[in-house]
Design a protein. Structure first.
Length: 278
């Protein structure tokens, strides 16, 4: 997959009036804290180094405020500044925060075993993700051994929720009101691309309701097929399980006959195991 496909997709927003997912900011929100988190969220595996102006464009935070906040984040150890590059990158303390969020997740530990077994049995690349605002953020990846597909996606990679089967599966798993709210925000940010996105999102959600998974044949990348199913576990935010393989091996007939039902069964098995352990 191209670096552009995995890059972060966010509309610029001001923390004073609107959150990054389009919701109005609560009066109880601490604006400097919200802005700091928005700055940290702007970095990705494909964009590890960002300069002051790039961060201003990405977040919508005014330049003078951005300079002050960057100095503070460097002083606190969350960002590293390279004078030669005149840019910033995430520092180790951010990694410790992210690791603490997932290290003791029973669901993710169970998923890792199920994903590797599925990848090996079906010669695919398997991903686990969840929603972060208007993105799908990858939590875990497993490749078949030997690898038939190596997408080089990593934990923290962001995909657009509106234009990937992983996103469609997550949208389908949300309560109706929340889904409509998110679609409204996607529409505002998509502009003239919205009619095509709306049609494809609707097709993906309809497919999931009819057969239990949604699928893309060559849309994501010309030679790749991707399938995705939601993974809903009590007391957890909705997750999505996806597998990717070469279109030459995974035509529509094989997907409908074998791979789709297997992925649905894997998700159901994970949900049952997670319910017992939690």
């Amino acid at each position: 997959m191209s670096a552009q496909a995995g890059a972060s997709w966010r509309g610029a927003s001001s923390a004073d009036s609107e959150r990054a997912d389009g919701r109005p900011a609560s009066r109880a929100m601490v604006v400097p804290l919200a802005r700091s988190l928005e700055i940290l969220s702007a970095f990705s595996p494909h964009e590890p180094w960002l300069g002051n102006q790039e961060l201003v464009i990405e977040t919508g935070i005014p330049a003078p405020t951005m300079s002050r906040m960057l100095r503070s984040l460097v002083a606190l150890g969350y960002l590293h500044h390279c004078p030669q590059r005149r840019k910033y990158r995430l520092a180790a303390p951010v990694l410790s925060l992210g690791y603490a969020a997932i290290a003791h997740s029973n669901v993710q530990m169970l998923a890792r075993l199920e994903m590797q077994a599925f990848a090996n049995a079906n010669e695919t690349y398997v991903m686990l993700g969840t929603r972060d605002r208007l993105d799908v953020i990858v939590l875990e990846t497993c490749a078949s051994k030997p690898a038939s597909v190596d997408l080089r996606l990593y934990a923290g990679t962001r995909l657009r929720i509106a234009s990937s089967p992983m996103g469609w599966a997550l949208l389908a798993a949300l309560p109706e009101l929340e889904r409509f709210y998110l679609l409204g925000n996607i529409e505002r940010k998509a502009g003239r691309d919205w009619p095509a996105l709306r049609r494809r999102i609707g097709e993906g959600i309809s497919q999931l309701h009819n057969v239990g998974y949604c699928m893309s044949l060559g849309e994501w990348e010309p030679d790749l097929t991707i399938l995705a199913v939601p993974l809903v576990v009590a007391d957890h935010t909705p997750l999505v399980l996806a597998c990717v393989g070469r279109s030459a091996r995974l035509g529509r007939a094989r997907v409908e006959r074998e791979l789709g039902p297997r992925l649905v069964a894997a998700a159901q098995h994970l949900q049952e195991q997670a319910a017992i352990i939690d």
